[in-house]
Design a protein around this ligand. Structure first.
Ligand SMILES: CNc1nc2cc3c(=O)[nH]c(N)nc3c(CC[C@H]3O[C@@H](OC)[C@H](OC)[C@@H]3OC)c2[nH]1
Ligand SMILES: [Zn+2]
Length: 376
């Protein structure tokens, strides 16, 4: 039995749902779950200093293999002493394998058994990414959690395409394991595929669980499918994922999806939403979304969210943030990102408390009502 770098400690399962409260232990500290992980694709959580990300309660962030491979190059990060040192972050880091970016960003790609040929989306150079290459890059980055190299098929995909893709992703997962240099320092998570097809999800889960990864992701979702398709896919996938290992739903999500995913037994989430919508001044608040550029905020001298205790809400008014975003001032992006990240990190803290109190369904109803999800 390999001594894994990452372990999962179960604390409590909510009596109203399948949601679990747990702790994930990594070589760079622990984090409680369910957890929202801020995305720092290019070795920075956009506009945020690492101290500020840590201060809001985030203990794990994400970065991206594909992006760091093509710029500045994984060898540069390795020479810097690894990603933690390079970006001055001493918490846990999870890196994606680059599989998704190759299928979503790069063009002229050609998927073969040995890997994927494609062009660099920045300069058009020909590139080749394989399970072995994705492992070499993540080993160089030194992330605490590495993701297996997989294919994330588009939605919708035919059953025939999905079946072939799942079988190849399982073969690629074995190649990743074989290429994994230091399982005692870096944990490799398998990624379950299969789209909306229950039997393929079960096959993918069985293939990967038999390889004894320290954690598992549900991939192939949040790629344009309706939310009820995503939720149903979770309902027939999580029961086949080990209870004593972390479960990570990739690319999710919005406040409702974070709650619905937690109810269905997911422990880890990531999404670019909070920093991406912050860039056009869209804010998540306890009363739903606020578009701060709107004229009605021009002389509103209250905080963005009365219930929020983040740096932005404690020190600045809606009118001031309205002005900064209207004036294209970069500090406005920082204030909006700070608030949105804090909002999701805080939401997950409330979810964990509701799990401990066996009332996550009640919490969901209360939150949905106040956020405005029930409005027609
Ligand atoms: C948005 N919806 C969404 N569905 C996804 C599904 C998959 C998947 O099946 N396999 C893999 N390997 N990655 C996926 C990803 C990318 C997440 C990464 O993409 C980057 O955010 C854009 C970020 O990189 C810091 C993150 O790192 C884990 C997905 N994203
Ligand atoms: Zn706030």
């Amino acid at each position: 039995m390999t001594k894994h770098a990452v372990t999962y400690e179960h604390i409590h399962t909510c009596k109203q749902t399948g949601a679990r409260h747990g702790i994930v232990h990594t070589p760079h500290g622990s984090f409680e779950t369910p957890v929202f992980m801020p995305v720092g694709t290019q070795a920075t959580v956009k506009t945020m200093a690492p101290e500020q990300v840590k201060a809001m309660g985030a203990n794990i962030i994400l970065s991206n293999t594909y992006h760091l491979w093509i710029r500045p190059g994984h060898e540069v990060v390795k020479q810097a002493g690894g990603l933690h040192k390079f970006m001055n972050w001493d918490g846990a880091i999870l890196t994606d394998s680059g599989g998704f970016q190759v299928f979503s960003l790069a063009d002229l790609r050609n998927i073969q058994e040995e890997g994927v040929h494609f062009r660099n989306h920045l300069n058009g150079d020909k590139l080749f990414l394989s399970p072995e290459k994705a492992m070499e890059i993540q080993n160089a980055l030194g992330s605490d959690i590495m993701m297996a190299f997989d294919e994330c098929p588009p939605f919708p995909a035919t059953y025939e395409y999905m079946k072939k893709s799942v079988e190849r992703t399982s073969r690629w997962a074995e190649r990743c394991l074989a290429a994994h240099e230091r399982p005692e320092d870096q944990a490799l998570f398998g990624i379950i595929q299969g789209g909306e097809y229950e039997d393929l999800r079960r096959q993918s889960a069985a293939d990967l669980v038999s390889l004894d990864f320290p954690g598992y992701a549900v991939g192939g979702l949040s790629v344009g499918e309706p939310k009820d398709v995503m939720y149903r896919a979770l309902e027939f996938t999580t029961p086949f994922m080990p209870e004593n290992k972390p479960r990570y739903l990739m690319g999710v999500g919005s406040p409702d999806a974070l709650i619905e995913g937690s109810i269905r037994g997911i422990d880890m989430f990531d999404c670019v939403l909070p920093t991406r919508i912050a860039r056009n001044g869209t804010l998540m608040t306890s009363k739903g979304r606020v578009t701060i550029k709107h004229a009605k905020h021009k002389t509103d001298f209250g905080p963005i969210d009365e219930k929020c205790d983040c740096y932005t809400c404690k020190n600045y008014s809606r009118a001031y943030v309205h002005h900064l975003i209207r004036a294209d001032e970069m500090f406005g992006l920082h204030l909006c990102s700070t608030h949105n990240l804090h909002f999701l990190v805080n939401l997950m803290s409330q979810v964990r408390q509701a799990i401990r109190e066996d009332r996550l369904l009640d919490f969901k109803e209360e939150f949905f009502e106040e956020y405005g999800y029930n409005k027609p």
